[in-house]
Design a protein around this ligand. Structure first.
Ligand SMILES: [Zn+2]
Length: 252
């Protein structure tokens, strides 16, 4: 399936389902129709991507393409709210699809129990309207960034550690890309076992969903050339300017 080919007509049932958000000033039925016609790739269905997927589905996005390698462990359950205690040992993407389809049967869900390789990113990015970058390592994020920039597909980039997080959008041709902002991997990143309070990843996952909805529908003002950082230890939020690197290997 190629992007933006779903029906944009809302049924009466859907109008009732989404009426509380369609009354937000400036959102309306037209943007709701637009959201229904759009698709998002969720790269990582953990604490960040799982929450983002949940709120994109609840808001009425047309399709989610979920990519996450691996099986559920007990220590995932403090933050991965699409999962269930009796699902430990099973593939996370399967449970995520089931949960989202039960939440909102109007959302189409495609799943891949794989890591983001160059091949997979190049295959999937052209089929979606936006990518959400929520894998716990730079290698997979860089593959996603490269494919997004090459194809002109927007990407929402976010990560967290303990009580802190950051968020910025990559709009190819308009903003810095992931490689401009982080030319080198942060050696402090641990793929497994980094500390996380579930509610912190929940906040950041929701912020990712909000930025994706804004970019997809043209509503509000998404972050452009700015990075939001926060430390919820003392509730400090900041917006920092990001600069495009004209010599960037990916978007320069
Ligand atoms: Zn760049």
């Amino acid at each position: 399936m190629t992007r933006s080919c779903r029906s944009m007509n809302l049924s009466e049932h859907e109008k009732e389902r989404y009426k509380r958000q369609m009354t937000i000033n400036g959102f309306g039925q037209e943007r709701q129709n637009t959201l229904k016609s759009k698709s998002a790739m969720i790269a990582g269905i953990g604490g960040l991507g799982g929450n983002a997927a949940l709120y994109l589905a609840a808001a009425g996005i047309g399709k989610l393409v979920i990519v996450h390698y691996g099986k559920l462990t007990l220590s995932n359950l403090n933050r991965q709210i699409l999962m269930k205690d009796n699902w430990v040992g099973n593939a996370r993407v399967t449970q995520a699809k089931k949960f989202i389809e039960e939440l909102n049967p109007h959302v189409e869900v495609e799943i891949y129990d794989e890591r983001i390789s160059e091949e997979l990113a190049v295959k999937l990015i052209p089929t979606v309207d936006i990518a959400l970058s929520a894998r716990p390592n730079f290698h997979e994020r860089r593959q996603l960034n490269k494919a997004s920039v090459a194809h002109g597909t927007p990407m929402v980039e976010a990560a967290m550690n303990a009580m802190e997080g950051y968020l910025f959008n990559v709009i190819p041709g308009k903003t810095p890309c992931l490689n401009c902002v982080f030319p080198e991997d942060d050696p402090g990143w641990q793929e497994l076992g980094f500390p996380v309070l579930g509610a912190v990843s929940g906040v950041l996952g929701c912020l990712m969903a909000i930025e994706a909805i804004k970019i997809l529908t043209g509503f509000g003002r998404p972050l452009l050339g700015q990075m939001l950082t926060f430390n919820l230890f003392d509730m400090e939020f900041k917006k920092l300017r990001t600069m495009r690197d004209p010599m960037c290997d990916v978007c320069g």
